[in-house]
Design a protein around this ligand. Structure first.
Ligand code: NDP
Length: 243
């Protein structure tokens, strides 16, 4: 089977990094389903510009993930590629971080990876082919002040990736992670400018990354001939953290 026509699901695929991934996969011939949580306006705009199908559900809700994957399979075909990209921040230092902020970030950023992988796993095993890419973060590798919840969830993604890769390997399923550095998206636009200026000053390449530069990495990892690349983490961060 050629890459053309393989079905790819991208969580959080309507904005920022996820939108760039959805577009890159579509351009490469994949039939793409882009998920989002609640921003209908941006999702509909994305759909009308790109022609990519959009699917609203919460990745933190296991039953919703299973139902959505069943619907997507019925509409587009069996899911061959899963990109776990949906993520949120609820930043605060430990004294101000409350349990809800901790739980929401863990449930979305890490729980979402489990929920979606679980929903597609048996099908990928049956077909002896699958590609899963989980979007981690430089802050999961290095930690970040004021992001105990986010760093824990993203660090968890890297362990999740390595463990699941071992289970998928005999069945033709690769599981890899990408750890982006600071990328110019809505998420980073929320960082106060003085803080952002200090961050950019620490990036050897001297600028924020572009969403498309992460999408390139995803396309590389999900390729049909990428079967020997599994359990790896691709750091795309302008040289900010060499791990
Ligand atoms: P954005 O905030 O720009 O976009 C987030 C996307 O995720 C949106 O499509 C949003 O949907 C969706 N989403 C959020 N929560 C849920 C949910 N519970 N269920 C389904 N979809 C959800 O994020 P970025 O593009 O900046 O980040 C994408 C990923 O990359 C995240 O995992 C992030 O942690 C990671 N990352 C980002 C970095 C950066 O510098 N930007 C650096 C390192 C990692 P909706 O539009 O409906 O809100």
């Amino acid at each position: 089977m050629s890459t053309k026509g393989r079905v790819a699901v991208v969580t959080g695929g309507t904005r920022g990094i996820g939108a760039a991934i959805s577009i890159k996969l579509k351009e490469a011939g994949y039939a793409v389903a882009a998920n989002y949580a609640g921003n209908d306006e941006r999702a509909n705009q994305f759909k009308s510009v790109t022609g990519i199908s959009i699917h609203k559900f919460d990745v933190a809700d296991y039953e919703a993930c299973v139902a959505a994957c069943t619907r997507i399979t019925a509409e587009l075909g069996p899911i061959a590629v899963l990109v776990n990209n949906a993520g949120i921040t609820r930043d605060a230092t430990m004294s101000k971080l409350n349990h809800d902020m901790w739980q929401e970030v863990l449930d979305t950023n890490l729980g979402g990876c489990f929920n979606m992988a679980k929903a597609v796993w048996d099908g990928m095993r049956e077909r002896n082919f699958g590609r899963i890419v989980n979007i981690g973060s430089i802050n999961g590798q290095a930690g970040q002040y004021g992001q105990v919840n986010y760093a824990a969830a993203k660090s968890g993604i890297h362990g999740f990736t390595k463990a699941l890769a071992q289970e998928g390997a005999p069945k033709g399923i690769t599981v890899n992670a990408i750890a982006p550095g600071y990328i110019d998206t809505d998420m980073v636009a929320a960082v106060p400018k003085p803080v952002l200026d200090k961050i950019v000053a620490r990036i050897p390449v001297g600028r924020l990354g572009k969403a498309d530069e992460i999408a390139r990495g995803v396309l590389f990892l999900v390729a049909d001939d990428g079967g020997f690349i599994t359990g790896s983490t691709l750091s795309i961060n302008g040289g900010q953290h060499m791990y």
